[in-house]
Design a protein around this ligand. Structure first.
Ligand SMILES: C[S@@+](CC[C@H](N)C(=O)[O-])C[C@H]1O[C@@H](n2cnc3c(N)ncnc32)[C@H](O)[C@@H]1O
Length: 211
């Protein structure tokens, strides 16, 4: 376990929400929010950030655009999946994703795109539910629920190891905090709040390296 990962999970939705919202408030500059849904995070963004939303679902994007304008963000949300972000290399200071990495088709490709669009030193904040440890009852429940969540909840896959995906990416993991959130009686689902940084030279596209 790296020093960036806490030893014991904190139990409770509130502790998770506090850590998530604190990380979001720390984002600065041009903030790209991928899979922004209908804009649940607007209330947490610091004043002065230049927000850019990306949301592939037409229905959610329409609500997102209206909500964004109400919060003073005029740019129309981008219609694209996060596997293929139509923005130039090194054009964003921060990227935000909350409960999105469970739904994307290809986590490695999304993280490569995040690294590409971030400036060196730019920051990623992820807040996600993740797979429970192999062999646990909750892991079995997650596996059984997967066909239904894939179908009914934005393609959500509850059995994903998003921390490992970030460690395997071009980004540097700065912190990963774990939480256990009770969902059904004694069933506790693990969540993470991850902060990562693009290091100089990390995740730049081939064309930018040649330039
Ligand atoms: C559970 S919702 C979370 C929405 C919002 N981030 C929030 O925290 O309320 C997941 C969102 O991810 C979006 N999504 C699914 N696949 C995606 C992809 N490949 N790239 C970007 N967003 C995606 C869905 O359309 C949906 O809006």
């Amino acid at each position: 376990m790296s020093a960036a990962t806490q030893a014991t999970a904190v139990v409770g939705w509130r502790a998770f929400a506090v850590a998530r919202d604190r990380a979001i408030r720390g984002l600065r500059g041009r903030v790209l929010e991928i899979g922004a849904g209908d804009g649940a995070n607007f209330g947490q963004l610091s004043a002065g950030v230049a927000w850019v939303g990306l949301e592939p679902s037409l229905q959610r994007r329409t609500a997102l655009g209206e909500n964004a304008r109400r919060h003073g963000h005029e740019a129309a949300p981008i219609a694209a999946p996060a596997e293929s972000i139509p923005l130039p290399d090194a054009s964003m200071d921060s990227v935000l994703a909350t409960t999105v990495m469970c739904s994307v088709d290809d986590q490695a490709q999304v993280l490569a795109e995040v690294a590409r669009v971030l400036v060196p030193g730019g920051r990623l904040v992820l807040a996600e539910h993740v797979a429970a440890a192999p062999g646990t009852a909750i892991r079995t429940l997650q596996r059984l629920a997967r066909p239904w969540t894939r179908l009914l909840d934005h393609g959500c896959d509850p059995v994903r190891d998003t921390e490992s995906a970030v460690r395997d990416s071009a980004l540097r993991m700065d912190a990963s905090r774990r939480f256990l959130i009770p969902v059904l009686g004694r069933v506790q689902v693990p969540f993470v709040v991850i902060e990562a940084t693009k290091q100089a030279g990390g995740g730049t596209s081939a064309s930018a390296q040649e330039a």
